[in-house]
Design a binder for this molecule. Structure first.
Ligand code: DAK
Length: 259
């Protein structure tokens, strides 16, 4: 697949997905959202991919937000349409992917950029990364699920402060607040993502997806996460991966879930 705004490269079972608009600090325009949707959907259906590492091109930004120049002239209808389209096409697709996405935050993650990282499953950041939801400084509010996911990750009080002040927090604060899992040097960011990916890839792809669906169920309105967990747990027993996992344990060898 040929893309204009993103780069994709598969190495082993890992897909590297890089937003590639460094001159605009990787700001998310409609075309980028659409390409990310295509790449993620293809990756979801590709059994040879087990983990996705999502990052931004250059050394300055992961994503500096939605493309302000693109939405500056929007009216109410356009705003609603873009928010709905963005949420269903990208942010919900990303959150509900059947394999983990590690957001490697290499600099600014602002507005839609932080929303993209928050819809990912694991977040790590460089020491110089800055994160924030500055939308209210532009007269809008976070429109890609940011008001919901930020509060889920850092709690309501901190989310209220971040959103209403439109301020940026440092990577260290983000780690303390639970917004990112690890902070590291710029050089070590991708190697660290790869180390996490390596650990994930040792485990059953089916069980990983089932566990992710169960965790996500807790955040889905009208769904009982405990019931989803029971269902998903039960279904695992009917898989060849369960047989491989338990047999390997009894034979005192490492399970082999991937060829
Ligand atoms: N959009 C478009 N261009 C951007 C951009 C953005 N978000 N962020 C940076 N750029 C561009 C700059 O315009 C500049 O382009 P040129 O002037 O060189 O052509 C280039 O990237 C380099 O940026 P700076 O020269 O500003 O770089 P600095 O190091 O001085 O500053 C900065 C870095 C990240 C502090 C600064 O660029 C900045 O404040 N950027 C804007 C951050 C921001 O406010 N982001 C938007 C958050 S609001 C919606 C749904 C969701 C959203 C909106 C609508 N709908 C459904 C309608 C979400 C909105 C947001 O994300």
């Amino acid at each position: 697949m040929n893309y204009t705004n993103i780069l994709t490269e598969q190495k082993g079972h890992v897909l590297y997905l890089t937003i590639n608009r460094p001159k605009q600090l990787n700001a998310l325009n409609k075309a980028t959202i659409s390409e990310l949707n295509q790449a993620l959907t293809l990756a979801d259906n590709n059994k040879s991919i087990g983990v996705i590492i999502l990052t931004g091109a250059g050394d300055k930004a992961f994503v500096a937000g939605a493309d302000i120049k693109e939405f500056a002239n929007f009216d109410i209808e356009n705003g609603k349409k873009l928010a709905a389209e963005g949420q269903t096409k990208l942010f919900n697709v990303l959150e509900n992917l059947s394999k983990p996405v590690i957001a490697a935050v290499n600099g600014f993650a602002l507005g839609g950029g932080l929303e993209l990282a928050m819809a990912s499953h694991i977040r790590i950041a460089t020491e110089n990364a800055k994160m924030g939801l500055p939308e209210v400084s532009l007269g809008v509010i976070p429109g890609y699920g940011g008001t919901q996911r930020l509060a889920q990750l850092v709690g309501r009080g901190k989310a209220m402060e971040m959103v209403t002040t439109a301020g940026m927090i440092t990577a260290e604060d983000a780690k303390q607040w639970g917004l990112v899992n690890h902070v590291t040097t710029t050089e070590n960011l991708i190697p660290l993502a790869e180390k996490i990916a390596e650990k994930i890839l040792k485990n059953s792809p089916n069980a990983i997806s089932a566990a992710m669906r169960s965790i996500n169920a807790n955040y889905t309105v009208g769904v009982n996460g405990f019931e989803v967990e029971i269902e998903e747990f039960g279904k695992c027993f009917g898989t060849s991966e369960f047989i491989e996992g338990t047999t390997a344990f009894m034979e005192k060898r490492k399970a082999n879930f991937r060829d």
